[in-house]
Write a protein that binds this ligand. Structure first.
Ligand SMILES: Nc1ncnc2c1ncn2[C@@H]1O[C@H](COP(=O)(O)OP(=O)(O)OP(=O)(O)O)[C@@H](O)[C@H]1O
Length: 335
């Protein structure tokens, strides 16, 4: 479990103070994956440095499994750091060592006996799907395989937490998905608590249970993916469930609709059309699987049905909205 509380980090530069982290709090329960997403300059690297004690925060605390890292003495930093496995954008392997030799490195530093070390390296390489590449050198491995070696090396000291800093930014889309799926599998099977720093929304969509959006050192949106994606007014909904560019003028009232998982399922639109004698036009839509659930976001235009079936009364938008909400659909009037 990772708990970050009111973390602040300020730098003095040219006579002024830069608040790289301005009161960041987050909690990642054991065995879950939390994504921290933000643009360049948001404070992501500063957060990583504070979490790994490469930098001391100005105030606030970071605790791993209940142990406050910020109060650790300088002499104990190295052992405290061992609880955290680090995965970087580039695996940074030693070219002169084989895959097995790279994974063995942290075990040599703690002087593990050879037979134990060899068994553990073999187990770790098996865990990341590289059992047959133990004797390969980094130059003989693909980018994705090198990253797998990096992950195996990060797990060598039996950390409870895996901190991944842009782990897939240097990989192609297919390899990215393979590495992300591996991280998900490790979290599930080993009960690892994972924090992923990224600027790629695909990472969040594919494997995160929860997310924090970082902007100018502050968390501006945070929560389980289901909640964040289900909030039509939220900051992340357009990134998670993008609506393509579309023209919504001249169609009458426009509604934004969102359904998640089992809620709002069924023939919502055709039922709406029948019940209120409406022509319902789908202007734009997006369907995604997020945190294992299917989400649909739709923008629809409403107009009274063509003359022969026209209702006697004008369209009662409030009734339409109430009806949809009663069916479990999240609704906002867009225009
Ligand atoms: N050592 C430092 N001294 C002064 N300012 C710093 C230092 N490190 C970071 N900053 C400032 O803190 C802010 C956050 O920087 P940080 O590198 O954490 O952002 P980031 O989200 O990681 O960006 P990127 O994705 O480009 O790496 C920026 O305004 C940056 O200029």
């Amino acid at each position: 479990m990772i708990t970050v509380t009111e973390l602040r980090k300020s730098y003095r530069q040219g006579g002024r103070t830069i608040d790289a982290l301005d009161g960041v709090s987050l909690e990642v329960p054991r065995g879950t994956i939390h994504g921290v997403i933000g643009h360049s300059g948001a404070g992501k690297s500063t957060l990583v440095r504070c979490l790994t004690l490469l930098d001391r925060p100005t105030s606030g605390s970071v605790s791993i499994d209940g142990r406050d890292l910020t109060s650790v003495k300088d002499s104990e930093v190295r052992s405290a750091r061992r609880r955290i496995g680090m995965v970087f954008q580039h695996a940074n392997l030693l070219d002169s060592r084989t895959a097995a030799g790279n994974v063995a490195l942290p075990l040599e530093l703690v002087r593990l006996p050879k037979s134990e070390k060899d068994a553990k390296v073999a187990r770790l390489l098996g865990l990341v799907g590289l059992a047959e590449f133990a004797d390969a050198y980094p130059s003989q491995l693909s980018g994705g395989q090198r990253q797998r070696v990096g992950i195996a090396r990060a797990l060598a000291a039996d950390p409870t937490v895996l901190l991944c800093d842009e782990p897939t930014s240097a990989l192609d889309p297919a390899t990215t998905n393979e590495i992300l799926d591996l991280i998900r599998e490790l979290a599930d099977t080993l009960g690892l608590t994972v924090l992923i720093i990224t600027h790629e929304m695909n990472v969040v969509k594919r494997i995160c249970d929860s997310v924090s959006l970082l902007e100018k050192g502050r968390v501006v949106e945070q929560g389980p993916l289901r909640e964040v994606a289900g909030s039509l007014n939220g900051r992340l909904v357009q990134a998670l469930l993008p609506l393509p560019p579309h023209n919504s003028s001249g169609t009458g009232p426009v509604l934004d609709l969102l359904t998640a998982g089992g809620s709002g399922s069924g023939p919502v639109l055709s039922e709406l059309a029948r019940r209120f004698s409406l022509d319902v036009t789908l202007l734009a839509g997006s369907v995604e699987t997020l945190a294992g659930e299917q989400f649909s976001r739709m923008r629809v235009g409403l107009a009274p049905a063509s003359e022969d079936t026209a209702p006697a009364e004008p369209l009662e938008l409030n009734e339409v909205v109430s009806h949809l909400r009663a069916r479990g659909v999240t609704v906002e009037v867009a225009a």
